[in-house]
Write a protein of this length. Sequence first.
Length: 330
Amino acid sequence: MTDEIVPPSAGGPRRVWLKAFWGFNPGEDGYLGFTRESDRGRLIDEWRPGDLILIYGAASPNTKDQDRRQALGFLEIDPVPTTDADRSSAAGMARKRDMGWLDRWKHAVPVRRAWKVTRRIEVKHLAPDTYTHSRARNIASRGELLADHEAEAALCLPVVPVNVFGEPPLTDVESAETTMTAAFSPSRGFTPSHGERRSNYEDGDAFLYMLTYQGCVATLLGRDKGAVGQRIVAKIGYSNDPARRIEEVNSGFPPAAKCRWKAGFQSKAFPSAEAAKAAEDGLKGDLKSRAESLGGEFFLGDETVLNSAFFAAAAPAAFRVIATTKSTRR
């Protein structure tokens, strides 16, 4: 499982879909299901990279009393068709069979990650414009997009990551409480320290760099190849010795492994670590809206977009040619 995830598609805030279910149990049901195949098709067609789904408890006798109309959790999906049987545990399928629900929600898309909301809040307080009595049935069957201001409020909810059936189990570190906004934000670079140093070497020139992953990106991320397409994974950072840094990064792979990080681009020298760090943070901020954050310094995106963003961030260190006016003296 990857550490961090998908950012919004370029040019807008992260979108959040609203959908109702009788509960929230991704550990047994690793899918988002639809009874009608056309409803699943509509979601796939309208899905954008970075979209999330907020699940709330349906106002139904099948929902636990304390969960009805409550925001329960978020799902990150792959917008590709699958079936409930392919992404459901034995306990999940047994529950469907015992309740007579085998004909429901069988048209599915796989869930890759999930988060449980850790505070009680009714959906009407999060989505007063989208969640109305007249739209409740439509939301339950096919889902609706929240308005931008509603999505912003929903992403501030405190959550904890939970296990998803069919995905690698979470570690203790990955299970800490956070918010959805924080979970999808790229990390900032380390601020260089000041004061006495053991060596003056670290205080010299620093370079912004970008490495590209050489290997199967879909396998690396645990996603469907069709969902990844031709996008590449890049790692960005700064160092006073990029060549040494790439050796350190690749040392984590077994010698026989086919995958490697390859040197992509390196800037001209920045005058200080602080200047290079500022360029790194600027590049992360730019890529937050133009590519997909995989957490920390890793991004998934179109190669041309990643390259363009890097060159813009590295520009302050580049050599500049300044035109002069023609002299009037003879």
